[in-house]
Design a protein around this ligand. Structure first.
Ligand SMILES: NC(=O)c1ccc[n+]([C@@H]2O[C@H](COP(=O)([O-])OP(=O)(O)OC[C@H]3O[C@@H](n4cnc5c(N)ncnc54)[C@H](O)[C@@H]3O)[C@@H](O)[C@H]2O)c1
Length: 267
């Protein structure tokens, strides 16, 4: 028996990283999973590995026709929709004074407008079914944590956090819950380049109370909780899954326990 027995989930950015780990976990918990990604070869391959409970759909979250067709294909194959995980995203860094408009707009299109289009077409289906549902969006710790060079990404993720709240407000009367997950630095292909920078991992780990980077499965476990019936009264929230790094608001390296507090009283 799985906690998602009988449920149908639709996951974007499903061919890689967090979306793939979530697809695998959901399938292992009994869900039928429609996996959507712009990387057609990879989503076909990864869905095939999961087996008959997975359906691969290729397309782009920034294209409304693709997103509408994505929901239709899921319903055609599995008969309904219960859970949407709107997770496709891209990063890419540039300083404000150097940022190309086209690049800024592309990040906003994928990370924010793509989530809007998914929420729009998934919620239409859920409202029509009339049995509620759970929609989960991937934000980031960058929804509230500014990072140099990530003007577009941070703005998009802050937008996802607010869109999550507005959607929860509007869709609650239909029994539809909407939440966001905010990963910290997680080991996926998206973060490979940053991890190649010397000292980057060490600095991240040093600022993280749980002293390691995230695994895609760490994030998937939170999405499972939010998607399942274990969270029936949870809506409109952003949940950080980040090893505690957002608690650390002081400069990395600042550690009172290792300086003045460790000295015996009276010194
Ligand atoms: N990895 C991290 O540290 C981290 C931290 C915070 C938030 N996130 C967010 O998690 C989500 C997943 O990222 P990941 O780390 O698993 O990255 P990833 O690169 O491994 O996976 C992202 C997937 O999204 C797909 N995708 C990208 N643009 C698309 C589009 N326009 N239409 C359809 N599919 C598209 C890619 O093909 C890829 O398979 C993203 O929204 C990302 O911003 C990641």
């Amino acid at each position: 028996m799985g906690v998602l027995d009988g449920k149908v989930a639709l996951i974007t950015g499903a061919a890689s990283g967090i979306g793939l780990a979530t697809s695998q976990l959901f399938a292992s918990e009994g869900a039928q999973v429609a996996m959507f990604d712009r990387n057609a070869d990879l989503v076909n391959e990864t869905a095939r590995e999961i087996g008959a409970s997975a359906l691969a759909i290729s397309g782009d979250v920034t294209d409304e026709a693709d997103v509408e067709a994505m929901v239709a294909s899921c319903v055609e194959r599995f008969g309904r929709l219960d859970i949407g995980f709107n997770n496709a995203g891209i990063a890419g860094a540039a300083a404000i004074h150097d940022h190309e408009l086209t690049h800024f707009q592309h990040v906003i299109d994928v990370c924010l407008t793509g989530v809007f289009l998914c929420l729009k077409h998934q919620s239409r289906q859920l409202v029509a079914q009339g049995e509620g549902g759970s929609l989960i969006n991937t934000a980031s710790i960058n929804a509230t944590q500014a990072t140099k060079g990530l003007g577009a990404y941070c703005s998009a993720k802050a937008g996802v956090a607010m869109l999550t709240k507005v959607s929860a407000l509007e869709l609650g009367e239909h029994g539809i819950r909407v939440n966001a997950v905010g990963p910290g630095h997680t080991k996926t292909p998206m973060t490979e380049r940053a991890r190649d920078v010397e000292g980057f991992d060490e600095a991240m780990i040093g600022a993280t109370p749980l002293e390691r980077l995230g695994e895609p499965s760490d994030i998937a476990q939170m999405v499972l909780y939010l998607g399942s019936d274990a969270s029936p009264w949870v809506s409109g929230q952003l949940f950080y899954v980040d090893g505690g790094i957002t608690v650390n608001e002081l400069p990395p390296g600042f550690n009172m326990l290792e300086s003045s507090l460790r000295r015996p009283r009276g010194d």
